[in-house]
Design a protein around this ligand. Structure first.
Ligand code: CA
Ligand code: CA
Length: 170
């Protein structure tokens, strides 16, 4: 069935969110990702970009918890993720883009440097790698995003790809 295949893919995405691999998604996974990205791009936590990244990570966590943490214990289990996130994100991908946007915007600022809202392919690969995406997948994903081949990826392209990755069957 299409639905079960889709849920299987979403379950695989669980591993991406569960950054520390302890079997559930919680605030630490999001703040940990922010911390790792700041280290990768040599950015201080107390800088404006660092604060924006932590703020975006917290907002992303709150949004995901609102969607998927059914029992309100501040942890999203695999079951909560699959059952809570699958249907709601599929029914409303715009909602997902909305809760992820502040984080992704801050990631681009940290990784892009010059603040023009675009990021280089190489930096995109570094971001994906830090977030645990396998090297080969990170490379092909980043290259595919740079449709016109100028080596730069815009915020809307990143946002669209991110939403598709998590919400739509491949
Ligand atoms: Ca975790
Ligand atoms: Ca829970």
């Amino acid at each position: 069935m299409v639905t079960s295949e889709y849920e299987h893919r979403i379950a695989a995405r669980f591993a991406t969110f569960d950054q520390d691999g302890n079997g559930y998604i919680d605030r630490e996974d999001f703040s940990g990702a922010a911390k790792a990205l700041l280290a990768e791009f040599d950015t201080r936590a107390r800088s404006d970009k660092g604060q924006a990244l932590y703020g975006g990570a917290e907002a992303f966590w709150q949004g995901m918890a609102g969607i998927a943490d059914r029992d309100g214990d501040q942890r999203i289990t695999r079951g909560e993720f699959v059952n809570g996130a699958v249907k709601r994100l599929r029914d409303n991908p715009d909602r997902f883009a909305e809760i992820a946007r502040p984080f992704l915007h801050a990631v681009l600022a940290v990784a892009g440097g010059d603040g023009d809202g675009a990021v280089g392919v190489e930096e995109t690969v570094r971001v994906l790698r830090v977030l645990g995406v396998p090297e080969e997948q990170a490379g092909s994903a980043a290259a595919a995003l740079d449709a016109d081949g100028d080596g730069r990826i815009g915020e809307e392209e990143v946002m669209g790809a991110f939403a598709r990755y998590f919400t739509v069957p491949e």
